[in-house]
Design a protein around this ligand. Structure first.
Ligand code: G6P
Length: 367
């Protein structure tokens, strides 16, 4: 495989920076750009007939699935359960007829994800694989495949595969919603136009890199970092924490904002940075109260938001990373960029082996 780093110091940096281009490619595959509609390839089952969905995956792919759960429930009104593949495969969860299982995997070879696929098939589920490697075992064994078309990903910590998984799953969610007659043509056009803006918004987000590099000097001194988010930004908080611990070896945890009171608040003092992922949305006020609780205990807040959010967050000790305003559905894709850059720059300062972090493997083919 001949892939080089181009002008970048690490594959991870190259893969972060190529996201506007690769996600445009993924969207162009699943959208009819001139009709402003979603256009999935023919699938061997009827999307309108899906009664329930189980999503199963590991690591970063699992968090892409956790974001998709919100979209699928919102646009397609189908109940969804998202599960860690190593739990799903042994839990003997009852899977009743009419169910679709979505397995998500960059490599298409992860042992637990493959075992989950086989379990779902045994239970008579239709299985849809969302993979980056179309020749993989998972792609071969599934009933249908939606390739994410991210191109080869070399950095062990997944970046562009994550956002291309999100793009593919967003298109799938809209397609199911349409098939079930739950999305008006106008809603679909509006969503598709928002998807078409993602590459440009990502390019804007990449401009935060120098600011994030400075900020990372503070993060590099921390022992623990907390990430908070609500809604689709909750799984993104989990992904942010995963990314940071994977490559910088700093302990990090992601939490839903509403759970702050139920535990992590006990850890907050002036040594604890808290990354809050919060575009200005209908629950932004709730997040402002979370930030007040953190600030009252001396916690240092790094707020990733938009101009409206920045204007409304009158809280002490806040550093703000400001992204353009955008429709809520595309936020997890675009907000991934600062989240990835925070981990990347912190790891570079720590001097770790960014592309090959200790103890981790790109593809986990054993249990
Ligand atoms: C490993 C990798 C992660 C990845 C996970 C799932 O832990 O280090 O980056 O998210 O496996 O891999 P998959 O290929 O199934 O997406």
């Amino acid at each position: 495989l001949l892939v080089d780093k181009g002008n970048h110091r690490h594959f991870m940096a190259k893969e972060i920076y190529e996201q506007p281009e690769v996600i445009a490619h993924t969207f162009s595959h699943y959208l009819d750009l001139s009709a402003e509609t979603v256009a999935l390839p023919d699938l061997p089952f009827d999307l309108a007939e899906i009664q329930h969905i189980s999503i199963t995956a590991c690591g970063t792919a699992l968090y892409a699935g956790a974001v998709a759960e919100y979209w699928l429930e919102r646009f397609a009104r189908v109940p969804v359960s998202t599960d860690i593949a190593s739990e799903f495969r042994y839990r003997e969860t009852p899977l009743t007829p009419g169910g679709l299982t979505i397995v998500i995997s960059q490599s298409g070879e992860t042992a637990d994800t493959l075992a989950s696929l086989r379990y779902a098939k045994e239970c008579g589920q239709k299985v849809l694989a969302v993979v980056n490697v179309p020749t993989s075992t998972i792609a071969r064994e599934a009933d249908a495949v939606l390739p994410i078309l991210a191109g080869p990903e070399i950095g062990v910590a997944s970046t562009k595969a994550f956002t291309c998984q999100l793009a593919t799953l967003a298109c799938l969610s809209v397609a199911i919603g349409r098939a079930k007659g739950l999305l008006s043509q106008e809603d679909e056009h509006r969503l598709v136009r928002a998807f078409m803006e993602v590459p440009r918004l990502m390019t804007e987000a990449l401009k935060l890199s120098p600011e994030i590099e400075v900020l990372s000097r503070t993060l590099a001194k921390a022992r623990d970092v907390l990430y908070l988010g609500r809604g689709t930004n909750f799984p993104l908080a989990l992904e942010g924490a995963l990314k940071l611990k994977e490559i910088s070896y700093i302990h990090a945890e992601g939490y839903a904002g509403g759970e702050l009171k139920h535990g992590p608040i006990a850890l907050i003092d002036e040594t604890m940075p808290v990354v809050v992922i919060a575009p200005h949305d209908r629950i932004f006020d709730k997040t402002v109260s979370n930030m007040e609780e953190v600030a009252a205990r001396g916690g240092k807040i790094i707020l990733v938001t938009d101009p409206k959010g920045a204007a409304q967050a009158h809280v002490d000790a806040v550093q703000k990373l400001i992204l353009p305003e955008m429709p809520a559905t595309v936020c997890p894709m675009v907000y991934s960029i600062p989240v990835q850059l925070i981990a990347y720059h912190t790891a570079v300062i720590m001097g770790t082996d960014v592309d090959q972090p200790r103890n981790l493997a790109k593809s986990v083919t054993v249990e």
